[in-house]
Design a binder for this molecule. Structure first.
Ligand SMILES: NC(=O)c1ccc[n+]([C@@H]2O[C@H](COP(=O)([O-])OP(=O)(O)OC[C@H]3O[C@@H](n4cnc5c(N)ncnc54)[C@H](O)[C@@H]3O)[C@@H](O)[C@H]2O)c1
Length: 485
């Protein structure tokens, strides 16, 4: 969905500029024009005045929104009302003081009054770890119920925006039922919900708010989406709209990725220290590679890694670490997680036992005849072991003396694939169309146009197991199966 974003707001720009100059702006550049636009801005209540809520209050007030903060903690409420920051956070005190001084910030313990007094409610209560290691919804439930009680007394449409980090499904399965039950009102009719994850980093939270790494909104309906996009349009013209569940998942994925990066860097550091190499020399070079290292490359779900380099080098690094007595559990887990992914492809083929299984793509990736440690060979060998009838096509396999060298190598290096190597030439058919025409299920490991065309021309009964993400938009077709989408 594409909702046009409003133009950048002068207040946001003035803040960013003055912050860059090391000085907070207390007055927007063009206060007359801003005042006119203020009238159209929704009033926003913020439930939960912790690190996320207090920063949202202050920054949105600076952008000209009228804000009402709510917390069960009396001290936090009093602090905000007094224009003092309840937490240590650069620039937050200045902005809260400005908001209170200019009459745009108020705070209360009375959640119902705050909701009734506003058009939009941001929910930013804590979501601590529960006893079983999951997410504790206690505060989300309590606050959602209270919002519902307020909406029961309200006539107009209201938007509830969940800002907490929560498991996918929480907005629709926890927040919405609580609000609907307590209010007797209906989602999409009387109120809308959005999930809008918070990406700020403590310590630079205010700067991050005005220059966010991204703004993501998952909305229940277009009206809710338009309301929230209008709020953020002042600081981010390129709001990313997605499903509520994808927005919830993105926040978790982001933090797992950040944690992975920290653990990765630290494993490199421990090894480098033991090897007498400056880890910052190594990682300073590593991070300069924006083409392959810090880029979308290798990050999209697809099939397992393979080839002549990645598995070999992962094993080599693990070996070095053991030799020098350094523990690297993250690196050591890589071959295991790769095997789990190959096993997942085998598992997804289980329903096709006894059927004809055709493999489009045999080498470890398109555009090469390199079969070394190709994960597709693992799947093919497993099918042979299970007695399945398989065949294959790969345009880069030219059975001659050169390929024979590779076949001999694989036979020697992976004894489990010896039988497959013996039979590979006989298992290969002339072209992709012939393979698809004589298979009941086609396993595609190379996302090439030729394979896409062959798959598109398949008979209606032929299933596809896509290991390579052939399509950006997934086919709505019961015979199409993706390994990780
Ligand atoms: N702290 C961060 O850097 C950060 C960044 C991104 C996302 N998040 C997520 O945002 C959410 C809030 O995080 P935080 O660090 O601001 O939490 P926090 O613990 O600092 O603040 C939560 C506030 O909610 C209040 N509260 C609890 N129940 C309430 C209720 N029923 N009504 C009103 N107020 C209530 C608490 O008194 C507290 O002041 C969490 O889900 C967190 O995972 C945090």
């Amino acid at each position: 969905m594409n909702v046009p974003s409003p133009m950048r707001d002068d207040a946001a720009l003035s803040y960013v500029r003055s912050t860059e100059a090391g000085k907070a702006s207390s007055k927007p550049a063009n206060s007359v024009a801003l005042e006119a636009r203020l009238k159209a801005k929704p009033a926003i209540s913020v439930v939960g005045l912790g690190y996320v809520g207090a920063v949202s209050m202050a920054c949105l007030a600076h952008l000209g929104f009228r804000m009402v903060g709510v917390d069960v903690n009396h001290d936090k409420v009093r602090s905000i009302r007094d224009g003092r920051s309840p937490i240590v956070e650069d620039r937050l005190g200045d902005l809260l003081a400005e908001g209170v001084r200019e009459g745009r910030i108020d705070a209360t313990q009375n959640l119902i009054a705050a909701v009734l007094d506003t058009d939009v409610t941001f929910l930013s209560v804590g979501t601590p770890t529960s006893k079983d290691g999951g997410c504790d919804f206690t505060y989300v439930r309590q606050a959602s119920r209270a919002i519902g009680q307020a909406l029961a007394m309200k006539d107009g449409y209201h938007v509830v925006v969940l800002r907490c980090s929560v498991p996918p499904g929480t907005t629709l399965d926890v927040v919405v039922p609580e609000v609907e039950t307590a209010s007797g009102k209906r989602l999409g009719v009387d109120f809308g919900v959005c999930f809008n994850p918070e990406f700020l980093r403590e310590g630079v939270a205010v700067a991050d708010f005005f220059a966010p790494p991204k703004t993501v909104v998952g909305a229940s309906d277009l009206r809710a989406e338009a309301t929230v996009s209008a709020i953020y349009g002042t600081i981010d013209e390129r709001v990313i709209f997605t499903s509520i569940e994808a927005a919830e998942m993105v926040k978790y994925v982001d933090n797992v990725w950040h944690a992975t990066k920290v653990a990765f860097g630290n494993e490199v550091g421990r090894m480098c220290k033991k090897l007498g190499i400056d880890s910052h020399d190594v990682m300073n070079i590593f991070v300069r590679d924006l083409k392959l290292n810090l880029s979308p490359y290798y990050l999209k779900p697809g099939f397992a890694f393979g080839g002549s380099c990645l598995p070999k080098e992962v094993r080599a690094v693990g070996h070095i670490a053991r030799e020098i007595g350094v523990s690297v559990p993250l690196f050591d887990s890589l071959m295991e997680t790769n095997k789990v992914h190959i096993d997942e492809a085998i598992r997804q083929l289980a329903p096709f036992a006894g059927k004809r299984i055709g493999f489009l793509g045999v080498t470890f990736k398109p555009g090469t005849d390199d079969m070394r440690e190709s994960p597709t060979l693992d799947v093919m060998a497993a099918m042979l072991e299970q007695g399945e009838k398989i065949q294959a096509f790969d345009p880069n396999l030219d059975f001659g003396p050169l390929l024979q060298g590779q076949i001999d190598y694989v036979r020697h290096a992976v004894p489990r694939q010896a039988k497959l190597m013996d039979e590979l030439e006989a298992l290969c058919v002339a072209d992709a169309a012939a393979l698809v025409a004589s298979s009941d299920v086609v396993v595609v490991s190379h996302a090439t146009d030729a394979f896409r065309a062959a798959v598109a021309a398949r008979a209606p009964h032929v299933h596809v197991l896509d290991l390579a993400r052939l399509y950006k938009v997934l086919p709505d077709d019961a015979t199409y199966h993706g390994i990780a989408w």
